[in-house]
Ligand binder design. Structure first.
Ligand code: TYD
Length: 206
């Protein structure tokens, strides 16, 4: 592959995106592809420190501060991990990215979506995912999967997570070429088969 590929995995907490990302990575590696895995917040080094603050800080966090921390982590992830790997022709799979900020801080927290789009553009320096999977699931089921031990974001409540879910579905309507919605209540194997189908279709037309 001359140019690499940047694929992101999105959805509400407990939707199973991380499992599906790992399965796709395995499939791609078995097919001889060079794959890099990363996540937001996180990735490695400084990104993991920002993740720790975002998920576990116990004091008050303003919505705007929260947004900027996610965006700072994103800039680091793009510059240090994503762009170098894609430029080398690798396939980068990223657990959450720009759409998380629109869904969580925009639809969830109620911050202005136009401004988030603008800030996302700065954080990514214009790089956009080639393909995005959204794993859609009702919030009651996903919160049961998350269990009782919830981090700061997971503790934000049912209404918040319903708004996030709605946000993802709206985004998918706006960008149907890039964002593919999958029913995350299906079995892991069924969803994996659909992910591969979508990936293969993407590769056949691009
Ligand atoms: P995640 O990695 O999915 O956590 P988990 O360890 O449960 O898999 O995501 C961390 C949390 O951060 C999740 O609740 C979503 C939230 N988040 C935002 O609110 N905005 C963002 O821009 C990003 C990337 C994540």
């Amino acid at each position: 592959m001359k140019n690499g590929l940047f694929i992101t995995f999105e959805g509400t907490d407990g939707c199973g995106k991380t499992t599906q990302m790992k399965l796709l990575a395995e499939y791609l590696k078995n097919n001889g592809k060079n794959v890099v895995l990363t996540r937001e917040p996180g990735g490695k080094g400084l990104g993991e420190k920002v993740r720790e603050i975002l998920l576990n800080y116990k004091g008050p966090v303003s919505d705007r501060c929260e947004s900027f921390l996610f965006l700072a982590d994103r800039a680091q992830n793009i510059d240090i991990i994503v762009n170098p790997a894609v430029d080398e022709g690798k396939i980068v799979l990223c657990d959450r990215h720009i759409d998380s900020t629109v869904a969580y801080q925009g639809y969830g927290r109620g911050l202005d979506i136009e401004r988030i789009n603008m800030l996302n553009g700065i954080a990514t320096n214009g790089r956009k995912p080639d393909l995005t999977f959204v794993f859609d699931i009702d919030v009651e089921t996903s919160m049961k999967r998350v269990g009782k031990e919830k981090d700061r974001m997971e503790s934000a409540g049912i209404d918040f997570h319903n708004r996030v879910r709605h946000g993802y579905l709206e985004l998918a309507k706006q960008e149907p070429q890039r964002i593919k919605v999958l029913d995350a209540t299906k079995s892991i194997e069924q969803i994996h088969t659909e992910v591969i189908k979508i990936y293969t279709e993407y590769c056949s037309i691009n």
